[in-house]
Ligand binder design. Structure first.
Ligand code: FPP
Length: 339
């Protein structure tokens, strides 16, 4: 499996943006990113994020695809739009099958955006029904081939029968290690980011309240309150260096929970959009911060393994610097780029 270098963790002065959540020695909310030595272990704590969140030096190649052009493909053939979506579902099967051969470890397909609810009711019903049929017919094959299926997005607006199908597919394929297939359904990156931010703020409030109560009790009963305050200050100062990374890791964990994932998935390396448009349309906005973008005029139903190979070849030619500098021969300046 191709592994991609993760962006190096910035360490120098001014390298990490101050997200405004560094711990406040006066006891302001720490947004759940500063371990409180006095607090009981918190099973909800986002600080126990996985290695995928930033500590790793390499991640499986993550490709996201905005599958566009089904309707126009059908119209060009004098067919109803629904025929385009059916042909698109066949392409999904082919590309999922091909992905591991191309070294892809995570494949995220944009199957239904939260804005797609605005489409005519018949088209929405057809898309939902296609998804359900697809999950039912593909789950066994995916389990056999080691493809783990997860569905990211909101579930509360989906038909309960579709939610049951999603849960069954996720359960049946959860041990798959060849490819992680994420289907984005009722998905909006902005909305997921907002929900994660709300969850993080709620966690911070709870955490701050618990900490304040613990400190009050400690001060009431402890004649050495002064020492206690001194220790806390030292700990906070130590924590500040990693606060930016910890905040980001905590946020990733909240974001993955907002999307119904057990753990954060590596950032997306390459976003491909078929159908000729050149925009992201609310897809993986947080995760694609350093993604390479490939746009192709090919309509999704016509997209094949060769097109996937071409997009990956294009990606392989890109110079990924993650904000650092490319190593330059004879340069007196060390590069921070490990890619
Ligand atoms: C955009 O094409 C595509 C969609 C809104 C849905 C994508 C769905 C599928 C590929 C099939 C079902 C998915 C799975 C996972 C089985 P469009 O209709 O906007 O095309 P247009 O821009 O040409 O009108």
């Amino acid at each position: 499996m191709i592994r991609t270098a993760a962006p190096p963790r910035a360490t120098g002065p001014g390298a990490a943006p101050d997200l405004g959540v560094t711990p406040d020695p006066e006891g302001a909310p720490d947004l759940g990113v500063t371990p409180d030595p006095g607090a009981a272990p918190d099973p909800e704590s986002p600080s126990d994020s996985t290695a995928e969140s930033g500590d790793r030096h390499a991640s499986p190649l993550h490709v996201g695809i905005i599958m566009d052009g089904n309707g126009r493909w059908a119209q060009r053939r004098g067919l109803p739009r629904l025929a385009g979506h059916r042909a698109g579902a066949r392409t999904v099967r082919r590309i999922v099958s091909a992905a591991p051969r191309h070294g892809i470890g995570v494949l995220t397909l944009y199957a239904f955006s939260s804005d797609n609810w605005r489409r005519p009711a018949l088209e929405v019903r057809h898309l939902m029904s296609l998804l359900r049929t697809h999950l039912r017919s593909e789950t066994r094959r995916c389990a056999e081939e080691g493809v783990r299926i997860t569905v990211i997005g909101r579930r509360d607006r989906l038909d309960p029968a579709l939610v049951r199908e999603i849960e069954a597919s996720e359960k049946a394929t959860r041990d798959g290690g060849t490819l992680h297939l994420q289907l984005a359904v009722d998905y909006s990156a902005r909305e997921a980011i907002l929900r994660a931010a709300q969850a993080m703020a709620a966690h911070a409030l709870t955490h701050a309240l618990t900490r304040t109560r613990t400190r009050t009790r400690t001060r009431e009963s402890d004649a050495d309150a002064q020492t206690d305050a001194g220790d806390a200050d030292t700990g906070d100062a130590d924590n500040q260096a990693d606060a930016g990374d910890a905040t980001s890791d905590a946020f990733r964990t909240h974001l993955s929970r907002a999307l119904h994932l057990d753990a954060p998935v590596p950032d997306v390396d390459l976003v491909i959009r078929t159908g000729g448009e050149q925009r992201l349309s609310d897809f993986l906005l947080w995760e694609s911060a350093y993604a390479e973008l490939v746009f192709t005029p090919r309509a999704w139903p016509d997209f094949d393994e060769d097109d996937l190979g071409s997009a990956l070849a294009d990606f392989a030619r890109r110079d990924r610097r993650f904000g650092g500098l490319a190593p330059a021969a004879g340069s007196p300046w060390p590069s921070t780029d490990e890619a």
